[in-house]
Design a protein around this ligand. Sequence first.
Ligand code: U2P
Length: 259
Amino acid sequence: MASRICLLLLVVFLAGAFAGDVIEVNKSQREFDYFALSLQWPGTYCRGTRHCCSKNACCRGSDAPTQFTIHGLWPDYNDGSWPSCCYRSDFKEKEISTLMDGLEKYWPSLSCGSPSSCNGGKGSFWGHEWEKHGTCSSPVFHDEYNYFLTTLNIYLKYNVTDVLYQAGYAASNSEKYPLGGIVTAIQNAFHITPEVVCKKGAIDEIRICFYKDFKPRDCVGSKELTSRKSCPQYVSLPEYTPLDGEAMVLKMPTEREAL
Ligand code: U2P
């Protein structure tokens, strides 16, 4: 009888220790304040593509993305900083296997690189986003599936590419658009001020922000807009011209090189 009680206590103790491990490994990082949905513009990002590999959506030729794609859903603090790698949860692609079509289309990697994972290794773009940011989204999300599913859903609900297009801001290699006009178009559509990040005068990312219940709110970085931190007054929204067939073949590394 005594040994049974001991065994029971051991099971209860181990269960408690395990649960604590999963959710609270890094207690030093306090709960986040809001979410930033960071969207990247392939026309700008893919201009830097020098070689191709199968996982890089810039290399899809005429199927390369022509809309903003997801960079990540980031838990942020109101002071402009953010938590990262909040607990150990190694990315498992099979947990999101049913979301693959949407992820490949709307949340593709735009590079051949392997970003770092929280435990010091290298992994996929999705693994990097889950481990670095997803693990800090508690108590809203506790698992990969809900984190990726919800991100896809809010991305589809708040269609920034469409809002800009309807306001006359279409991808172009010759036009420059007023930054203020782009911001106003998003303000009019979603009633919040986004954060805009530029690279060499071109829109690189647009971030729209949300309370924990996914009602839109201003991003903290949006206040810096008036100081034009990274964007000039007139910005471009470049079209991406895919590498031509010959260049793609020449630059495509062999499977062995890609590994
Ligand atoms: O902006 C450069 C990189 O910093 C990380 N970042 C930025 C803003 C923010 O609110 N949260 C955040 O994490 C991003 O790092 P990544 O997810 O790409 O590793 C961003 O690319």
